[in-house]
Design a protein around this ligand. Structure first.
Ligand SMILES: *[C@@H]1O[C@H](CO)[C@@H](O)[C@H](O)[C@H]1NC(C)=O
Ligand SMILES: *[C@@H]1O[C@H](CO)[C@@H](O)[C@H](O)[C@H]1NC(C)=O
Length: 324
């Protein structure tokens, strides 16, 4: 029947027209502004199914500034403002918006939720390493890396809440809270026992009065060893010996002159003997040239003593070298 045929054509035409209109008007859906570790990311779902050539433009503003462009003509379904040269403030209250574009056509803007960076950001888990040290365990905690600033700068009162338990006995877990240091030693543990540790950051109270916690770290486990075995003892002894040696060397250097004077008194020999050290014959000659002086008798002991005297002279030379 012709009327049915015409109706069918009409329906197709209306649907096609509606499709064109929808492609122009369809806005991105499920627009949400998120923040993890002080980043700022706007996310959305595609505005129209089966349309692959849609592009999006995303912007953000604080409660006291105008919208600023973040991403332009992106085909992605998110815009990470913190990875762009976008000015972000630690305590800013942000809103995002996004619109779809296809050729010259644009959808209306869709606004997101608001978030206040320090209050709403999700603090990621700290990373925890565990080392056994005899019957003790050393916990080393690293803060999550923030997109802007650092954990301790944004949350100056942040502390760690450390939970530890014997492997398989998590119901008997023990707790150390308000820990400020990121290196902690668990003492007095059972030897040869496997312990597990989990750490959560307590970022303290925020403006809304609630405590803010990080995502807990993953659980790490490590076994203690023998109580008697204390690997740090040799290290301490070595350190002590090295310190002592270094101190002695420094003292020796500082008091170099005094020490060398003590060991090598100046004028160990009469100076005319020093002058003639290289030639024993001349020395004999010189002594015999001065008959009045008492040490003429040196001549008598001649060769036996000459070696000894040369040693003394040699030592004198070393002392002279040290003095310069
Ligand atoms: C984004 O796309 C629109 C439409 O295709 C175009 O007119 C505009 O110049 C593009 N902007 C940039 C910055 O590429
Ligand atoms: C520390 O963590 C444990 C286990 O998650 C929890 O029971 C406890 O309340 C926390 N303590 C503080 C002070 O946050």
């Amino acid at each position: 029947m012709p009327s049915t045929f015409l109706n069918g054509v009409l329906v197709i035409l209306i649907l096609a027209g509606a499709r064109v209109v929808l492609a122009v008007l369809n806005t991105p859906r499920n627009v949400r502004l998120t923040s993890i570790n002080m980043n700022l990311v706007l996310r959305w779902d595609s505005s129209a199914e089966g349309t692959s050539d849609l592009l999006y433009t995303a912007e953000a503003k604080t409660s006291v500034t105008m919208y600023r462009v973040g991403c332009v003509n992106t085909s992605a379904l998110e815009c990470d403002f913190s990875s762009l040269e976008f000015p972000l403030s630690l305590y800013g209250r942000y809103t995002g918006r996004v619109r779809a574009q296809q050729g010259p056509e644009s959808s209306p803007w869709v606004e997101s939720n608001n978030i206040t960076m320090d209050i709403d950001t999700i603090i990621g888990s700290p990373s925890v390493s565990l080392f056994s040290n005899g019957a003790a365990l050393v916990i080393s905690i690293e803060d999550p890396v923030f997109a802007i600033s650092t954990l301790k700068d944004v949350y100056s009162t942040a502390t760690y809440n450390i939970t530890y338990w014997k492997d398989g006995q998590s119901e008997k877990a023990r707790n150390i809270s308000s820990v400020l240091q990121n290196r902690v030693v668990l003492n007095k543990l059972d030897p040869w026992m496997k312990y597990c540790v989990q750490v959560q950051i307590n970022a303290g109270e925020r403006r809304e009065g609630n405590s803010k916690f990080s995502i807990p770290s993953s659980t790490v486990c490590e076994s203690t060893t023998s109580e008697a075995e204390a690997p740090w003892v040799p290290a301490v002894v070595t350190f002590f010996i090295m310190t002592l040696t270094a101190t002695l060397v420094v003292i020796a250097l500082v008091y170099r002159k005094r020490i060398s004077h003590l060991l090598c008194p100046q004028e160990a020999l009469p100076s005319h003997l020093l002058e003639t050290q290289n030639s024993p014959n001349d020395w004999t000659m010189q002594i015999s040239d001065q008959p009045e002086e008492k040490y003429n008798s040196v001549k008598v002991i001649a060769d036996n003593k000459s070696m000894e005297q040369r040693k003394v002279i040699g030592k004198g030379a070393v002392c002279l070298l040290q003095d310069t």
